[in-house]
Write a protein that binds this ligand. Structure first.
Ligand code: ATP
Ligand code: MG
Length: 273
């Protein structure tokens, strides 16, 4: 008979926001989907996997984030020392929402990984005690805009990928590389699924939005979330005050769009269960 811990563990879903294209809305979507899921009663852990620390900056002011970067309690140290990530979790200001901060030192993580045994699986191993604790419904990982050993670690630790794509003329450029990379990741993590493409920074009246939709619509086995995220300066104002957009202005269009995307993510995650 499965133990309680095993039953709970099964329910923890690890979702990675990744796209090698820079500025495609990965960190914004990770922060705001995470906040919306927590608002919807889920227990959520966010993991900042990028040296730019944008996910950490979405919840904490700059001086605190710099302190995190310079201290020992961040992802870089955990990975370098291969420590269980349970000891690196910080509560945010919001119920049900915790965060593991990154560090600017993550710029050297590829070098740190290079000499390690089973180097693609280090994050998975460090994250396992957090999964086993059954404390979270979701663990959301924010990836940097690269394709290498570290992003391989993020995707090997994940159950599914959410691919944010900017609806812009260059938004789809490089997507083929991302899919090739995904195929390579699946050799190590065969159950990794592409949960869906989330369209971000959309201007619905612009022609390239329609073109983007057409191109994505022709791709086989690729789900595009119905909930799109439109361009909205409220998102930037919220980021400027280190808050998710729903906490900054709950009535804003962006807050509602991210709440809808979170519901769709939840429905897609549980569609076969
Ligand atoms: N819906 C939106 N409306 C307006 N601005 C947005 C929106 N979404 C994101 N942005 C802005 O676009 C920029 C890029 O977003 P974000 O940092 O989330 O992308 P990213 O994919 O994480 O970038 P990187 O590849 O550098 O990690 C940020 O300055 C953010 O404030
Ligand atoms: Mg980012």
């Amino acid at each position: 008979m499965a133990s309680q811990a095993n039953l709970r563990q099964k329910q923890t879903k690890v979702l990675c926001f990744a796209n090698n294209k820079g500025g495609s809305g990965k960190s914004t979507s990770c922060a705001n989907v995470g906040y919306a899921l927590a608002q919807q009663g889920k227990r959520v852990l966010l993991l900042d996997g990028d040296m730019q620390m944008n996910l950490s900056l979405s919840f904490f002011p700059e001086d605190q984030v710099l302190e995190m970067a310079q201290g020992e309690k961040n992802l870089y140290h955990a990975i370098r020392e291969q420590k269980p990530l349970t000891d690196y979790i910080l509560p945010t200001a919001y119920t049900g929402l915790d965060l593991i901060p990154s560090s600017t030192l993550m710029s050297g993580i590829e070098y740190e990984l290079f000499t390690k045994w089973q180097r693609e699986m280090i994050l998975k191993k460090c994250l396992q005690p957090v999964r086993d604790s059954g404390e979270y419904d979701y663990i959301l990982l924010d990836a940097p805009p690269t394709l290498g050993g570290w992003v391989m670690n993020l995707l090997c630790a994940a159950d599914a990928l959410i691919l944010p794509v900017e609806a812009s003329p260059w938004g789809l450029f490089g997507l083929a590389n991302m899919f090739e990379f995904l195929a390579a990741v699946r050799e190590m993590n065969p159950t990794l699924t592409l949960l869906g493409i989330a369209l971000t920074k959309v201007s619905v009246r612009k022609n390239y939005f329609k073109q983007t939709m057409e191109i994505l619509g022709e791709m086989e086995d690729v789900y595009v979330f119905d909930s799109i995220i439109r361009v909205d300066s409220t998102i930037e104002w919220a980021q400027d005050s280190s808050r998710p957009v729903g906490a900054y202005k709950a009535s804003s269009r962006s807050a509602q769009e991210y709440a809808a995307l979170a519901k769709e993510v939840e429905a897609r995650v549980h569609r076969k269960e």
